[in-house]
Ligand binder design. Structure first.
Ligand code: PPE
Length: 304
């Protein structure tokens, strides 16, 4: 990976290579971490973070579910993020705030372990490959399903949930696909290993509801708002697997994946197998706002 200069750890800036933890860190053994992922885009007025406050709010919600008291306010975390970008002198980057149960005591109970916080930033190119955003990606429906409700909370962005994501992702890569789509425990479409999903059907957009074991994606929310402003109906609706193959367009959304068209699923082409016009239009608007070239009427950008 492309190293940056410094990482913020519990309120202090430490050199990249020295940002280390004890091997008995609770989060390493028991998956006890919550995190965020967001992007900072290059604009004419300098770097700008996309939906900073919404990501920080989701971080606090994830922590709340797991009874982790973050020893900082959301404002302090926002400032730590902005200062980390400044000190690393990056024009654009990916941002990874991490909250984890640190080194204290072994055993499942995390209560005697500190809640540690870190913020790292680095340059990160296109998540699903260099041509993914224009050409689209070939994906498969995973043999792994998303976690059942009331097992691992899907709405919390926790390290532990990404063991499920890793099963989905590794299977897809080893079978020659770029990504996997997981079904929920009832067999309805849920999401990718690191992305939400939308389909276009008869000119309307459909995306799985929160009850289908999805992460409430911030890019998903951005796309819903852009689409509605374009007078495209958006429905949060259960999606049977076979609907994927019939759809006019299918795309992924995520902070890392941005808006990525899906051109085939299980080797069945989606429509003509090329990026569709609605996907292209939403991309144009999304990247337009993120890069500061379109008016940010939503207040999505925080200038660094
Ligand atoms: N679902 C999952 C499982 C997920 O990990 C992400 C983000 C999303 C949906 C989309 O959420 P949002 O970013 O708020 O629109 N995945 C992050 C992790 C990527 C990684 O490999 O690390 C991301 O996109 O930052």
């Amino acid at each position: 990976m492309k190293k940056a200069k410094v990482i913020w750890m519990n309120g202090e800036f430490v050199p990249w290579d020295e940002a280390q933890v004890h091997v008995l860190t609770h989060g390493l053994h028991y998956g006890s971490s919550v995190f965020e992922g967001m992007r900072c885009y290059k604009t004419k007025k300098g770097p700008a973070v996309f939906r900073l406050e919404d990501h920080t709010q989701r971080l606090f919600h994830s922590a709340r579910i797991y009874r982790m008291d973050i020893p900082h306010t959301p404002e302090e975390i926002n400032e730590a993020i902005l200062e980390t970008i400044r000190r690393n002198r990056l024009k654009s980057c990916y941002i990874r705030p991490l909250v984890y149960r640190g080194y204290g005591e072994m055993g499942v109970s995390p209560f005697n372990c500190p809640v540690d916080v870190a913020v790292a930033v680095w340059e990160w190119g296109q998540y699903l490959g260099p041509e993914a955003v224009e050409q689209g990606v070939d994906v498969m429906v995973s043999s792994w399903q998303r976690m059942a409700p009331n097992t691992f909370p899907a709405m919390a962005k926790t390290g532990a949930n990404y063991m499920n994501s890793q099963l989905i992702k590794m299977e897809a890569l080893l079978y020659g696909f770029v990504e996997g789509i997981a079904l929920d425990v009832a067999g309805y479409v849920s999401e990718g290993s690191g992305e939400n999903l939308f389909i276009l059907w008869k000119g309307e957009l459909y995306t799985p509801p929160l009850g289908a074991s999805i992460l409430p994606g911030i890019t998903r929310d951005s796309v819903i708002r852009l689409a509605r402003d374009n007078k495209i109906e958006v429905r949060q609706h259960l999606i049977p697997r076979e609907w994927l193959y019939m759809a006019e367009e299918v795309f992924f959304t995520g902070s890392a994946a941005e808006i990525t068209p899906i051109r085939s699923i299980d080797k069945i082409a989606i429509a003509t197998g090329k990026r569709g016009p609605v996907t292209a239009q939403l991309q144009k608007q999304y990247f337009g706002v993120a890069s500061g070239q379109r008016r940010d009427k939503y207040g999505w950008l925080t200038y660094v």
